[in-house]
Design a protein around this ligand. Structure first.
Ligand code: 13P
Ligand code: SF4
Length: 323
């Protein structure tokens, strides 16, 4: 166990090295609290991708999972991108490979491929347009109604988007996040019954995304959940996503009460990164995340199409999302 003095010394070393290396530290909302507090930017997948695309730092240390660091590397071919623990994977991202997506595409010639950002660089390179939980609806709505859509890899986000858009020509890959899959309709019903005053705020990756839709007061990405809870006049919330988000929710909203939908929804991959590993990462400049340029070039196009839809001011003039 790290004492308060040891922790202060690690933090001081991290800040010194960060300056020396001209590094920026990015952290996802599911990281351990210490990393969220120390990071230059803490946010959701879209915010982190935007931050990575805009930074002028020489080194990006990504406190998140591998596909997120890969996304930063794709957007920054000339920068050094590091991840503190190279075992920080993602169960959802591992549910589709480039090869299986190529086979699926061959079965649906002419379909537009929309892939959730939780996927490998190889899968992104096979994609027409990436989406995150913030903009999945917007991205799918941007595709002409007569075009078939292949949506991968999250079946729950896909089912939620299909339900919201009423789109019939949307095929969904049967992947899921093992953490959000633990959030079940019956648990939400029981929690709501015992705390009728609490609002239920749900991430669309949840295993009950469509069956819980009528129970949810708000469906949003992690950053959307944070924004909603901060601006809402309500004081008590049931939070349907990974438990790491409670750190910022509680810190930024003194006086409000937050209950996790289930305490079991903890992502062991996200929790692999620690303050100590961040320090070693900056000391040794490891672990490097490198995406071959041939793959990165195609993947970048799919990410930029999403960013153009999400942040028209930040990129060149918005263009049609598909050829
Ligand atoms: P967002 O933070 O973009 O909502 O993503 C959630 C998630 O599961 C990331 O792995
Ligand atoms: Fe992947 Fe789920 Fe962990 Fe997010 S919470 S990194 S989707 S396994």
């Amino acid at each position: 166990m790290t004492s308060t003095t040891e922790k202060a010394s690690i933090v001081a070393d991290i800040l010194r090295l960060k300056k020396e290396r001209q590094a920026v530290i990015l952290a996802h909302n599911y990281q351990v609290g210490d990393l969220q507090d120390l990071a230059d930017f803490t946010g959701d997948s879209l915010g982190l991708t935007q931050a990575a695309a805009k930074t002028d730092a020489k080194v990006i240390v990504f406190c998140g999972v591998h596909f997120m660091a890969e996304t930063a590397a794709i957007m920054n071919p000339d920068k050094l991108v590091l991840i503190p623990d190279k075992e920080a994977g993602c169960s959802l991202a591992s549910m589709i490979s480039g090869e299986s997506l190529r086979r699926w595409k061959a079965e649906h010639p002419g379909a537009v491929v929309v892939t959730y950002i939780n996927c490998t660089a190889e899968v992104k390179a096979e994609t027409d347009i990436i989406c995150t939980s913030t903009n999945a609806l917007k991205v799918v709505e941007s595709i002409p109604a007569d075009r078939e859509v292949l949506f991968a890899p999250d079946q729950f986000l896909g089912a939620w988007v299909r339900e919201k858009t009423g789109r019939k020509n949307m095929h969904i890959w049967p992947g899921y996040c093992h953490v959000h899959n633990k959030i079940k309709t019956d648990d939400i019903k029981a929690l709501k019954a015992s705390r009728p005053q609490a609002k239920f705020i749900m991430h669309p990756e949840c295993g009950c995304s469509t069956s819980c839709m009528s129970l949810a007061d708000k469906v949003a990405s992690t950053e959307g959940i944070l924004k909603h809870c901060a601006s809402s006049p309500d004081k008590e919330f049931i939070i349907g996503t990974e438990v790491g988000i409670l750190h910022r929710l509680e810190k930024e909203n003194p006086g409000k009460v937050f209950h996790p939908a289930t305490a079991e929804a903890s992502c062991e991959f996200m929790k692999l990164n620690t303050l100590e590993k961040l320090l070693w990462s900056l000391e040794d400049l490891e672990y490097k995340v490198v995406v071959p340029e041939a793959v990165a070039k195609k993947a970048r196009r799919a990410i930029e199409r999403m960013l153009e839809i999400s942040d028209p001011g930040g990129f060149s003039a918005p263009k049609a999302p598909v050829d």
